[in-house]
Design a protein around this ligand. Structure first.
Ligand code: AP5
Ligand code: MG
Ligand code: ZN
Length: 210
C-alpha cells in the first residue's frame, strides 16, 4: 500500500500517519522530519534548510525529490509506505511519478485555517522519538515530558503565529493545486479533519480498506 497524507500544516498528517503506520506495519516517510534531522545533525543540507524551514518556506524541489528517492529505495519501503508532507508541489508529484511509483490513494485531510492556527499554537513535540502532543487535545501522560521516552517536550521553531500564517499561505499557493492533480487521477479521498483524532483515524482506515 502506497499512500500520501495530504493536508495543510497542522491538519494531523503526522498524528494520523503514526497510527496507520503501526496498524499496517509500513513506515511513514516525512520530509519535514527528515529535514529537521539534517538540521539537528548539522549537515550541509541542514545548514541550507534551516532558514527556509524556520520561515515556513519550501525547500527546492530537486532537494526533496532527491531525499525521497534515496529513502524510498531502502528495503523497509518495499512493502509500502505513507508519505507525510511530500509531494508539496506539482513538480514534486511529477518527480515521484518519474521514479515509477504508483500511489494507491491520497488521503486529503481537510481543516479550516483558523482551527489550524489554534492547533499549532498548542503543539508540543519530542525531539528524541518524534512523538507529537497537544496541550489540550492530546496531552502527554507525562506532563511536560514525552510519554513514550521521557524527554522534555519542545515547541517547533515554525509554530509561532506569524510563521504559521506564512505556512498556510505557502500551502494555499503552492501545495493546494495538487488536490486537483490527484482528483483528476481518481485517487483523492477527502476526510473531515476537524473532528476528534479517533474518528478521523477510523475514517482513514475505512478508506484504506475499501
Ligand atoms: P512538515 O513537518 O511537513 O510540516 P507541515 O506540513 O507544516 O505539517 P505539520 O507537521 O505542522 O502538521 P501535521 O499535519 O503533521 O499535524 P500534526 O499531526 O503534527 O514540514 C515543515 C517544513 O519542512 C515546511 O514548512 C518546509 O519548510 C519543509 N518541507 C517539508 N516537506 C517539504 C517538501 N516536500 N518540499 C519542500 N519543503 C518541505 O498535528 C498538529 C497538532 O494538532 C498537534 O499538536 C496534534 O496533537 C494536534 N492534532 C492532531 N489531530 C488533531 C485533531 N483531530 N483535533 C485536534 N488536535 C489535533
Ligand atoms: Mg507533521
Ligand atoms: Zn519521546
Amino acid at each position: 500500500m502506497k499512500l500520501i497524507f495530504f493536508g495543510p500544516p497542522g491538519a494531523g498528517k503526522g498524528t494520523q500517519a503514526a497510527m496507520l503506520s503501526e496498524a499496517l506495519g509500513i513506515p511513514t516517510v516525512s520530509t519535514g522530519n527528515m529535514i529537521r534531522e539534517e538540521i539537528a545533525a548539522g549537515t550541509e543540507l541542514g545548514l541550507k534548510a534551516q532558514q527556509a524551514i524556520n520561515a515556513g518556506e519550501l525547500l527546492a524541489d530537486e532537494i526533496v525529490i532527491g531525499m525521497i528517492k534515496t529513502r524510498l529505495a531502502k528495503p523497509d519501503c518495499a512493502g509500502g509506505f505513507i508519505l507525510d508532507g511530500f509531494p508539496r508541489t506539482v513538480a514534486q508529484a511529477e518527480g515521484l511519478c518519474g521514479m515509477g511509483i504508483d500511489v494507491d490513494k491520497v488521503i486529503d485531510i481537510v481543516v479550516p485555517d483558523e482551527a489550524l492556527v489554534r492547533r499549532l499554537g498548542g503543539r508540543r513535540v519530542c525531539l528524541k522519538c518524534g512523538a507529537t502532543y497537544h496541550l489540550e487535545n492530546n496531552p502527554s501522560p507525562a506532563g511536560d515530558r514525552c510519554g513514550r521516552c521521557g524527554e522534555p517536550l519542545s515547541v517547533r521553531k515554525d509554530d509561532s503565529e506569524a510563521v504559521i500564517r506564512s505556512r498556510l499561505e505557502v500551502f494555499h499557493m503552492q501545495t493546494e493545486p495538487l488536490e486537483a492533480y490527484y482528483r483528476e487521477k481518481g485517487i483523492l479521498f477527502s476526510v473531515d479533519g476537524d473532528s476528534d483524532i479517533g474518528s478521523i483515524a477510523e475514517e482513514i482506515a475505512r478508506i484504506v480498506r475499501d
